[in-house]
Design a protein around this ligand. Sequence first.
Ligand SMILES: Cc1cc2nc3c(=O)[nH]c(=O)nc-3n(C[C@H](O)[C@H](O)[C@H](O)COP(=O)(O)O)c2cc1C
Length: 189
Amino acid sequence: MDPAGFIPYPLEHVHRLIEPGPVLLVSTFDGRRANLMTNGFNMPVSHEPPLIGLIVGPWDHSYAALRERGQCVLAIPSVDLAERVVDVGNTCGRDTDKWRRFGFTPVPAATVEAPLVAECFANLECTVADDRLAGDHHLWILRADRAWIDPDRRGAGEFHHRGDGTFSANAATVDLRHRMTKWQYLTQP
Ligand SMILES: Cc1cc2nc3c(=O)[nH]c(=O)nc-3n(C[C@H](O)[C@H](O)[C@H](O)COP(=O)(O)O)c2cc1C
């Protein structure tokens, strides 16, 4: 331990410290069936255009659908759905209808073939904007073309994976809008 009280942290666990979340359900359509997967590695990339970075690897059945159709829906579940969302991430959609098995309801989207998830409080209809790092790093840059929210369903809010099977829920909101002096435009409704 050094004088500041730090101890070394294993590099292979660094993602546990910065895993951003929120945990998402990724809805895809492969031309035949819609599928769902769970995703914890994601981040906003730019405000305008609204780009999102998403890690989806070839170990996921969803990878092929994303590659072939170039579209998906990012659905944001609230923490009360956490158990079912984790179950979705333990199951492959190749031969299982996860919608039916885990009680999620597909709703037609406006601009993409993949359905929205009715139980989630927000749904983003996305197209692949850049797949240059999808091969080496499984990183997809998506552009949100349409976004939907049900504020009443936001409930206890989204939740985040700590990378080790534990999750943190967004509980208290800390409102520091007045201190965002340089970034006031971000605080406007
Ligand atoms: C909490 C949690 C987070 C996950 N995050 C990711 C992720 O960020 N990227 C990824 O490729 N797989 C992730 N997975 C694994 C996929 O959800 C899992 O491989 C799933 O079975 C894929 O479904 P599919 O084969 O039907 O596409 C996660 C699983 C869980 C439980």
